[in-house]
Design a binder for this molecule. Sequence first.
Ligand code: G3I
Length: 441
Amino acid sequence: MAAATAALFALPVNAGATVVVRKAKTVKVTAGAPATLLTMQSRAAGCTKPPRLTLVLKGRRIAHQALRPRKLQHLSFPVVVKHAGTYKVKARLRTGERSCRVRLGLAAFGGPAPAARSKSSPVLPDPMLAPKRAVPLGAAVEWRSLSWQTDSDYHRAFTSNFESLTPENVMKMEYLEPERGEFDFNYADSLVDFAAKNGKEVRGHALVWHQQLPKWITSKRWSRDELNKELELYIKTVVGHYRGRIAEWDVANEVIDNHGNWRESPFYEALGEDFVANAFRWAHEADPGAKLYLNDFDIEFDGVKADKTVALVKKLRAEGVPIHGVGLQMHWDEGAPPAPAEVQRWLRRYADLGVEVQITEMDVAIEPAYNQHPEHLENQAKQYESAAIACNAVVQCTKFTVWGVSDKYTWRGSQTVPLLLTESYARKRAYELVRGAFASR
Ligand code: G3I
């Protein structure tokens, strides 16, 4: 088992211009295998423009990216070094604003370097022993349901239990561009403004999906050029509108069907496979600071859908497409909890491709007849816990999001009690076990 020691330290860097942190601290990696990932937290305050961070390891630039001008951000940079040992990491921050102050916390975790893996199922460090990380817990928030306008408990339940907001519906195309060329950001803006006011991150969901499309898209057959133009305009308008305010986007959602084939959609029909790579490129042009995700359900389980998704991510990365992560929705039914090590293997399947991985829409539905049954509720809690322990252990897992604030409003029907808070917004055992799997925030 590769032990992992982490030198987590803060560099109080008052960036007025380009600041080279000369007395770079050492990050001691005593792992049996080389460090595979640097993770860090950046805490920016007083910045209106995103400060730019450059990380240098042994004279080699290993990261160069815009930090979000928000309170706290978790960053991770896959790094493979030749030998375990002690490395100096230099951080350079560039910002044009005297008021902008950035603190960096840097840590490294050992672990088998991806290249060192054998083809057979790899032996992974025991997830139960991984150092706990402060991974943000997110929830989908449904603006349009009555709860939002009249149920003040709903607001408090979200702000006091979660750190990240995913608009459940109002950032989908049928709401943002209901008529061709006519954009309506009102509903989505109110969620993004609410998140900013409460210091929450936002996951944008979902730029390209085969569902919840406006009639002007679904009511005709499109030529390649015409739909390409419309899709480029849509993505650049939406991502540009939220530039600097969205931590991650689900750029392409559910593009592979359950048989491992391309899912039928107006986009695939008119544009072929290219629509995915183009969507990522357009989104990246519109906001270079946002992390761009491919998102899907049932790709955690072994099978043809996961294999096809792995192949797609490899192909996109080989083509230089700016894909930064894979979102595993994890819409589960209650049952025997998988071992954390098994869930960790599922997450590593994508992390080892050199991208981040997030759990993006988790819920665990219980048959209504058993929704008060202690054994079924315990299964549910342990299923959530396994996923959280695995996410904590895979340092490329940067966020854990559940698909709703409470059992009161869920697409799976309240009777299935699928979420972390009860209908009256009380924390369930599942909430406590998920929180317990991570470092407290
Ligand atoms: O906006 C209308 C409203 O005007 C009308 O009064 C109301 C009653 O008919 O319906 C409203 O639209 C509903 C919408 O949710 C907003 O509440 C749609 O009928 C309903 O189909 C839609 O369901 C959403 C579903 O995606 C659509 O496929 C769920 O809330 C949402 O949780 C679910 O989320 C998806 C993710 O986006 C992608 N992953 C799977 C996940 C579950 O399907």
